[in-house]
Every structure is written in C-alpha cells, then in structure tokens.
Design a protein around this ligand. Structure first.
Ligand code: HEC
Length: 218
C-alpha cells in the first residue's frame, strides 16, 4: 500500500517543538515583564521629589506637595502633576514622619476594611466610590460642598472630619457608617489617600476629571 503524505498538522514532533518554543518565549517574556514592573512600581525618594524627577509611585513626602490631575494629550488620559509645596495639617512632614503617617493610614485602611465597600486602585467592592483619586475630588475644594458642610478650612481637615463622623455628613442615598476612626488615624488615612492620588495609574479610574470624581460634584 502506498504511504499517504502526512500533513504537518498531524505531526507529533511539530507540536512538541512548538510547545517548547512557546513555553520558552513566555518564560523570557514574563521574566522581562517582572523586572520592568519592579522598576515601574518602586517607590521614589524624597530627593526625586525635590529634583522634580517623576516617579510612578512617589515618596511618602509627596504629602508636602500640591497634587493636580491634568489631561496629558500625548498619553490620551489624565495624569497626576506634582506642583509646589503646600502645608499638610499645618506643617511640612519630614521623611520619617511622612513614612510613619502613611504607614498608620495604610494599617487603618486595612483594619477598618475600607475595601469592603470601596475600591482602592481598582481592588475591592463596588458599594461606594473608588478611592484612588478621592483626594482630588473637587467636592473637597475650597468652594466645594464638603468644605462648607464640615466647616473646615483645608481639604485635609475637611476629609479627616468626614472620616471621623461620616454619618453626620450624608450626601447620597448611601451613607458611610461611623467606623470609630480616631483623629490620628484619620490624619493617616488622609495622607494615605493623598499619596494614592499621586500615583500614576495610567488614567485609572477612566474619565475621573469629566465625571468630576463622580461622588459629590454632580
Ligand atoms: C460600609 C461601607 C463603607 C466602608 C467600610 C467605608 N466606606 Fe467610605 N464611603 C461609603 C459610602 C456609601 C460613601 C458615599 C457617601 C456619600 O456619598 O455620602 C463613602 C464615601 C467616602 C469618601 C468620600 C469619597 C470622595 O470621592 O470624596 C471617602 C474619602 C471615604 N468614603 C473613605 C473611606 C475610608 C478611608 C474607609 C476605611 C477607613 C471607608 N471609606 C470605609 C461607604 C463605606
């Protein structure tokens, strides 16, 4: 009987070789991506901030600077812009103080489980607004409703007051419950939120500026 010509698609050795090449390529790609990501997400230093070096995740002392969120035409989305120095809770925070305050804020956000209702950098629940850029929500501006409602004169004090007594300042059908947050913890949380807003998240959440934060500024 004459041998049938075999198609390459039914050749076992072809599939074995392809599998080996694809696996090898994926391994190299993943190792490269891992190193690239580590470089991108490593926190910057205070010196970077002083020298105007832009880092995707700035140092904790970014709380001593004004942060704006501006349209970047080249990238096609908004990006944080770190501006002039401004006082935060009435003072400038040293490298150690800023790191300690941010740490307290992060621990408090975990202890009080903010993610049970909110998303942080996209992770968490969808009951309450995403907090990634909450610090930049125009509702906390000088002429915004939250400043007026809480009777405070700075963004950070208004936010801390809200976090300590959210049920006193309901603005929507859904209300944030009092979580028993102390004044010190509230300061830490506000630092945590301010730092998070300075992280370059490639425009996440999408259209924050257009929706004006969505939460209060409607
Ligand atoms: C039980 C659910 C729940 C938990 C837990 C919770 N929140 Fe909220 N939060 C809400 C709701 C609902 C709103 C919207 C309130 C409104 O519009 O009046 C809100 C609003 C906010 C806002 C205002 C958002 C903006 O864009 O200005 C901030 C800031 C905030 N929460 C921070 C926190 C932090 C920090 C924690 C953890 C310590 C936390 N929340 C835990 C439900 C929750």
């Amino acid at each position: 009987m004459a041998e049938q010509p075999k198609s390459v698609w039914s050749s076992i050795s072809f599939w074995r070789r392809s599998a080996a090449w694809v696996t090898g390529f994926a391994v190299v790609l993943l190792i490269w991506l891992t190193f690239d990501t580590i470089g991108q997400i490593t926190m910057g230093t205070d010196a970077d901030l002083q020298n105007g070096v832009t880092k995707r995740v700035p140092a904790p002392t970014v709380i001593n600077y004004n942060i704006k969120y501006e349209m970047n035409e080249k990238r096609g989305h908004e990006a944080p812009v770190i501006g002039e120095k401004e006082s935060f809770f009435g003072k400038e925070w040293s490298v150690d103080e800023a790191a300690a305050l941010l740490h307290l804020g992060k621990l408090t956000s975990q202890a009080k489980n903010c993610m049970n209702c909110h998303t942080l950098l996209g992770n968490g629940a969808y009951y309450a607004p995403d907090l990634t850029k909450a610090w930049l929500d125009p509702a906390w501006n000088n002429d915004g409703p939250m400043m007026g409602m809480t009777g405070k004169s700075t963004r950070e004090e208004a936010m801390a007051e809200f976090l300590m007594h959210p049920s006193k300042y309901p603005t929507h059908a859904r209300m944030m419950p009092d979580l028993g947050i102390t004044a010190e913890e509230a300061k830490g949380l506000v630092a945590f939120l301010k730092h998070m807003s300075s992280i370059d998240t490639n425009g996440f959440p999408r259209n924050f500026g257009k929706e004006q934060g969505g939460t209060y500024a409607k």
